[in-house]
Ligand binder design. Structure first.
Ligand SMILES: C[S@@+](CC[C@H](N)C(=O)[O-])C[C@H]1O[C@@H](n2cnc3c(N)ncnc32)[C@H](O)[C@@H]1O
Length: 203
């Protein structure tokens, strides 16, 4: 916990919001899938851009992250916008979900295996029937690009790795693509990037 929290606290302790104030474009574009006023878990939510956006749209939002500074800034952004959400400060290594959700959203949560499979499957298991897991992550093919993302191959994603994580009972792949997209997300993500976008539904 401490290493991850320290690393992200360090990034988030700079002035401003590292990935900006606007929600991830893919997550924003899929908001229509979410049951109105449903509850949504934002996994690895950082400084809160998706959580604040979804709370403002009327969803009952819980944001989970290991970084105390990230979560504090997320709550500050929410207060400024006049919205609220629940913040859960914890390392996914020690996560024991206690609630179910209509949706789980996650942008750029880059975890090593076996934690990645454990956490994504746990997140999937929290979904109510018909609920969605919606995510955007950097592809392994992003490595040579300078528009964002980790440089360590084991932290990056492939289509096959996501297929394998969600090769479980009740998981229906609605969308799974590698896309070349222009990113304009704060100082952290700028320029054309190779990302993997995924939508899984619980049947
Ligand atoms: C690249 S940032 C993305 C933040 C946010 N989702 C966004 O797109 O603006 C990755 C986030 O994942 C969180 N994270 C990484 N490993 C984690 C872990 N093991 N447990 C909880 N959070 C973790 C970090 O603290 C950081 O906030």
């Amino acid at each position: 916990m401490q290493d991850i929290a320290r690393m992200w606290d360090d990034k988030f302790s700079r002035d401003g919001y590292f990935y900006g104030f606007e929600p991830n474009v893919f997550i924003e574009s899929q908001t229509n899938l979410l049951a109105p006023k449903g509850n949504v878990l934002c996994l690895g939510e950082g400084e809160g851009r998706n959580a604040v956006y979804l709370a403002d749209k009327g969803f009952d939002v819980t944001a989970l992250d290991a970084s105390p500074i990230g979560m504090t800034k997320a709550l500050m952004m929410a207060e400024k916008r006049g919205v609220s959400f629940k913040a859960e400060l914890l390392d996914l290594e020690h996560w024991e979900p206690k609630q179910s959700y209509n949706a789980v959203v996650s942008s750029y949560l880059h975890l090593e295996e076996p934690l990645r499979t454990k956490a994504f499957r746990q997140a999937f298991e929290t979904l109510k029937t018909d609920g969605y897991f919606i995510g955007e992550f950097f592809s392994i093919n992003q490595i040579p690009r300078e528009s964002g993302g980790p440089k360590k191959p084991s932290l990056l994603y492939t289509l096959a790795s996501l297929e394998s994580i969600f090769d479980i009972q009740g998981a229906k792949i609605i969308y799974l693509e590698e896309c070349d997209v222009p990113l304009d997300e704060g100082n952290g993500h700028q320029g054309d990037a190779l990302v993997i976008r995924v939508i899984i539904q619980k049947t």
